[in-house]
Design a protein around this ligand. Sequence first.
Ligand code: UD1
Ligand code: UDP
Length: 357
Amino acid sequence: MSPGVVVTVVGARPQFVKAAAVSGPLRRRCREVLVHTGQHYDDEMSKVFFDELGLPRPDIHLGVGSGTHAEQTARMLERLEPRLAELRPRCVVVYGDTNTTLAGALAAAKLELPVAHVEAGLRSYDRRMPEELNRVVADHLSTLLLCPTETGVSNLAREGITRGVHLVGDVMRDVLERFLPQARARFEAWRARGLEPGGFGLITVHRAGNTDDAATLGAVVSAIETVDDPAVFPVHPRTREALKRDGGWKRLEACRGLRVVPPLGYLEFLGLLAHARWVATDSGGVQKEAYLLGVPCLTLRDRTEWVETVADGWNTLLGDDLGRLGAAVRDLRPPDRRHDRYGDGRAGERVAELIAS
Ligand code: UD1
Ligand code: UDP
């Protein structure tokens, strides 16, 4: 075992954001070896986050690329195992709920290395979502379970996990608070292109449940067609492929007031979100960021793991009837208060402290 070495395994867009909160504090306490699995590889899905968020370059790049769940996860396991066996770190850190999370946790646990799961305990209770399977397995393999919310802590208790569980707050909040001023400044370019603060919506879609079935994706496109407000839709590569295959792309291009753009860097995206009147999304991270920014969220799913956002009236689940989107946008009535749900902006410090100790 290398006493001072901690291996962090990341690979997908939201994990670069989360690691940006932890990597700095961790490196003040131990030697971090950053592993990028290569799950996301386009510059706009990976490099831009390292550049903007000041994340150190990966020490190891596994270059797994895309594939079916089994192919992608298997390649990660195969390439991670020898690296972890050689490094024998004191801990392996994984984030969230992607195939990268699953592979990192499984490879480490099989080598009897302690696993720290950042964003532990979240549940949508929908096992059709690959992310739910990844989370459940990662939690059950972890030694240190670092929960963003009290809900996370109680979800774990219901599954009999109480040891090693810590409520640390949400690491994405740390990053949001740190970069918000820069992100707001980035909005000026959009203002110059005609977007009025508070006068437009933002849309993201990438969940397999919405993209992989042509009829459901068609319903998402039809829902977007019912929206009156101007809107910006940065399109995830999975969704772009599916829209081009199923004919939705042309329909979106024909929508008046809709700007269909490539995936955006964190600062530009956050700048848009901070000035939006509403956001429609199936992303986990975006639902929570919208809450933190006080932007009403219309979630294109029928369940969420970020249940507090719904309970507080800031998030509406439209998954059972996507056709309500246009009306929901017209009738927005956000409540006047929010609660301090997601920590205090210092979750990264707590995570690093717990890992180091
Ligand atoms: C993954 C995660 C999801 C997370 C999302 C964040 C899993 C099971 N899913 O979904 O939980 O919310 O990342 O964005 O891990 N592609 C590119 N360029 C890239 C990356 C992907 O073109 O840089 C295309 C490929 O065609 C690929 C598809 O997008 O097959 C899906 O990518 P993948 O990483 O498998 O899943 P995501 O949908 O991105
Ligand atoms: N995001 C971004 N550019 C985009 C869309 C999202 O920078 O075009 C950011 C967003 O602000 C959040 C993270 O990516 O921090 C969320 O990632 P994603 O929606 O891909 O994954 P999820 O949270 O659903 O796992």
